[in-house]
Design a protein around this ligand. Structure first.
Ligand code: GH3
Ligand code: MG
Ligand code: MG
Ligand code: MG
Length: 314
């Protein structure tokens, strides 16, 4: 990052400012029984704009974590009353993965084996007291960046590249839980399968590029209209929607309103305004598995296609 004159480069400065900006949303918990260290470390972290929480022992730390589930980074001292750092880390690892909660162990001088032990007990990283401020900041930044990379990868695997809607994989991962919850609580759970009408003719007439734009356009309308519900691009020009809490009638009304919005929003393609419509099938019957419910919705979708398209059947 340092240029020929030994000065920080412009891009370093930009990266640094962006880093500080993102740090404002990162919540860090420091656990140390020494008030002077708590103050010192809090100061270092606040300098970099992190949101800082503190605890003076393991029991308090667990309480703070439960109350603030958005905490993603912890700095944990080894020598503490009630529960030492190892025990705290072991306990936390029953509930929090290394990729969800980063733990950096801290310990006093002396025992050379502490670093390995911290890591073996589940810490992501380790620092020996007294530490160099720059090393402390580098370690913290490095771990925060790892978490951000993991979050970015999760987004990539869960979203469809063209439309940025959730993908089929994400849908099934999340709809299964919603479905089980509805079943156990005996509350309604509706699903819908949406398929764009005569989409092949759009590609044929206006080209694949315009077809892609039309897909994005329709996705955005669905996304904005159905924010409360789980919505995914299931493949091609087909979408799945899971609507926990809605009866069949309510779901049909909602999807039919969406159908009206799409059908009354023409898209400009090659200087021509073109109306795009979709057909949909809805199903709501918890005596079926989620897969079977989607199959019924799909059968209803084909009835809608047979009946002339631009229609919702449930
Ligand atoms: P129907 O009303 O019966 O659903 O007719 P259709 O033309 O929509 O149905 P069909 O399944 O025959 O065609 C779907 C088309 O969607 C075929 C495929 O080329 C197009 N398609 C699927 N994914 C994409 C995509 O990502 N981009 C574009 N541009 N087209 C896509
Ligand atoms: Mg201590
Ligand atoms: Mg299709
Ligand atoms: Mg189609």
């Amino acid at each position: 990052y340092v240029n020929k004159e030994g000065r920080y480069s412009y891009s370093y400065a930009v990266n640094f400012v962006n880093r500080l900006h993102r740090n404002q949303n990162v919540k860090v918990l420091i656990v140390d029984d020494s008030p002077s260290y708590l103050k010192f470390i809090s100061g270092l972290l606040r300098l970099y704009l992190f949101q800082v929480y503190t605890a003076t022992d393991g029991v308090e730390a667990i309480k703070v974590l439960v109350e603030n589930p958005e905490i993603t980074l912890m700095i944990v001292d080894f020598n503490m009353p009630k529960m030492d750092g190892f025990e705290l880390v072991r306990t936390l690892r029953n509930k929090y993965e290394k990729t969800d909660l980063v733990i950096i162990g801290l310990s006093g001088e002396g025992d050379e084996t502490l670093s390995a032990k911290f890591i073996k007990n589940g810490a992501n990283d380790f620092l020996r007291k007294p530490f160099n401020q720059e090393e402390f900041q580098c370690r913290v930044m490095h771990n925060v960046e790892s978490l951000e990379q993991i979050a970015a990868i999760r987004e990539l695997i869960n979203r469809d590249f063209l439309t940025n809607a959730y993908n089929r994989r994400y849908f099934f991962q999340n709809a299964a839980g919603m479905y089980e919850k509805a079943k156990s609580e005996d509350t309604p759970f509706a699903v819908a399968v949406i398929d764009i009408d005569h989409f092949k003719s759009i590609n044929d007439q206006f080209g694949h590029h315009n077809g892609d734009s039309a897909l994005k356009f329709v996705t955005n309308i669905i996304f904005e209209s159905l924010q409360r519900f789980l919505f995914a691009r299931a493949g091609g020009e087909e979408f799945f929607i899971a609507m926990p809490g809605l009866t069949n009638t309510q779901a049909c009304l909602l999807i039919d309103r969406l159908r009206e919005v799409v059908a009354s929003s023409p898209i400009e393609m090659d200087g021509e305004l073109r109306v795009i419509t979709f057909s949909a099938g809805v199903s709501n019957d918890l005596s079926n598995s989620l897969d079977d419910q989607l199959k019924i919705a799909d059968a209803n979708l084909y009835r809608a296609k047979d009946a002339g398209r631009n229609l919702v059947i449930g």
